[in-house]
Write a protein that binds this ligand. Sequence first.
Ligand code: HEM
Ligand code: HEM
Length: 178
Amino acid sequence: MSRVRVWDPLVRLFHWSLVLSFAVAWLSANLWEDVHVWAGYVAGALVVVRIAWGFVGTSYARFSQFVHPPRAVLTYLKAIARGTEPRYLGHNPAGGAMIVVLILATLATAFTGWLLTTDAFWGVRWMQHVHNIVAHGLILLVAFHVAGVVLACYRHRENLVAAMIFGHKRPSSAEDIS
Ligand code: HEM
Ligand code: HEM
């Protein structure tokens, strides 16, 4: 069966490194501060690199390829509800919107975490709450993200997790959007 390359090595390495650093930061929170702080910084740094790659990277890695206006995202979500959403070779409009939100929420989590290490916010309770709330918001988004991936795998009969590991997907058919 023929295959097309979609996700470049940087995107794939970014994704699984982000999953790992996020998991370590999450599991070490309040247990092992040095590990927590470093895993959090790694997650933040990965996202900064990915933002730059979103402007200069390969075609399917670019924000201009997968970030759509809110109206298009809504239209796609309605199509999902009706079970008529088209397959996209790159990220679909709903997935693209989720990626933007995940990137921003990861940045906000790492930034508020860093603030807790500064003289201005060290030991400041309300900032601890903000960091905690943003981190919990992020894990909720991740749950929706993974649910979206599972749904898309089922609807389009393809293994998107394998695609994010190996980089290639089934070529577009006439009804797909490439
Ligand atoms: C084990 C859990 C996870 C699985 C199975 C998973 C799976 C995937 C898959 C299959 C894609 C590609 C979606 C598509 O085909 O359009 C993707 C993209 C993405 N995921 Fe995850 N994901 C997981 C956890 C996470 C976590 C924890 C984060 C962030 C904290 C995250 C952030 C992202 C981002 C930013 C992208 C866009 C990739 C890019 O274009 O660079 N994911 N994920
Ligand atoms: C994606 C990255 C991160 C995630 C998911 C995350 C998540 C969390 C969570 C869930 C807590 C527990 C809050 C509580 O129960 O009170 C926490 C606490 C904390 N985090 Fe993070 N964090 C991240 C990044 C960072 C970074 C980059 C730093 C510092 C440079 C940091 C510093 C701290 C500190 C100092 C606490 C303890 C706050 C307290 O005393 O209540 N975090 N983090």
